[in-house]
Design a protein around this ligand. Structure first.
Ligand code: SAM
Length: 195
């Protein structure tokens, strides 16, 4: 199954209006500067983008599904003057210099371009800037799918080597996914890191 080619429009539509997940707040706990420019990688329906806008951030939202652009604009509403959006695949799109890069359950779908994308993330974040995002671990049900890249703890340690703060939360259990609550085995790491 090629998860990117299947398209995310239904997922994006179905996740509109859900509450922001706790990961954004956890990542922002690592930010020790006033709101500046945040980049959201795989912004989807824009729930977390809108939360960032409401907190006073400028947001550059990136997603590979063109449906996301219209939804992001609608969800940002009157806050849209601080939102820029780019539709393109991870690795193809440029990540601007930013204070904060957030990637909630999106980077595993960078597939074999994940290392390249994390290089771009490292270049976009100067000293003191923060990354927060998920990576899939080897036990995830989707770890063997086309276009999905799973990683392990040594990969994370290597990728974030030299960053000043690093916190890794790991989840390795069955849990619902998707809009209809079907079960799958999730294995993910949520990484917060300050450059
Ligand atoms: C699981 S959804 C997560 C969306 C959102 N971050 C959330 O938590 O609801 C993955 C998102 O990444 C986007 N995506 C998947 N593969 C991508 C790729 N290779 N390049 C850019 N975006 C991609 C999808 O369009 C989708 O919006």
């Amino acid at each position: 199954m090629a998860l990117v080619e299947d398209g995310w429009a239904e997922f994006i539509e179905g996740t509109r209006g859900r509450p922001a997940m706790p990961f954004l707040g956890l990542a922002l706990d690592f930010v020790n500067r006033p709101p500046g420019l945040a980049v959201e990688l795989g912004a989807g329906s824009g729930v977390e983008t809108r939360a960032l806008l409401q907190l006073g951030w400028r947001v550059h939202a990136i997603d590979g599904d063109s449906h996301s652009a219209a939804v992001l604009a609608e969800e940002a509403g009157a806050l849209g003057d601080r939102l820029t959006t780019e539709i393109g695949y991870f690795g193809d799109v440029e990540i601007p210099v930013a204070d904060f890069v957030f990637a909630q359950f999106s980077l595993p779908f960078a597939g074999d371009r994940l290392d390249e994308v994390m290089g771009h993330v490292g270049q976009a974040l100067g000293p003191g800037s923060v990354f927060g995002g998920h990576f899939f671990g080897p036990n995830d049900d989707w770890a063997g799918e086309d276009d999905v890249r799973a990683v392990d703890r040594p990969w994370i340690d290597h990728t974030f080597e030299g960053w000043s703060m690093l916190d890794i939360e790991e989840f390795d259990d069955d849990s619902p996914y998707g809009l209809e609550g079907a079960m799958k085995h999730w294995h993910w790491y949520f990484v917060r890191a300050r450059r």
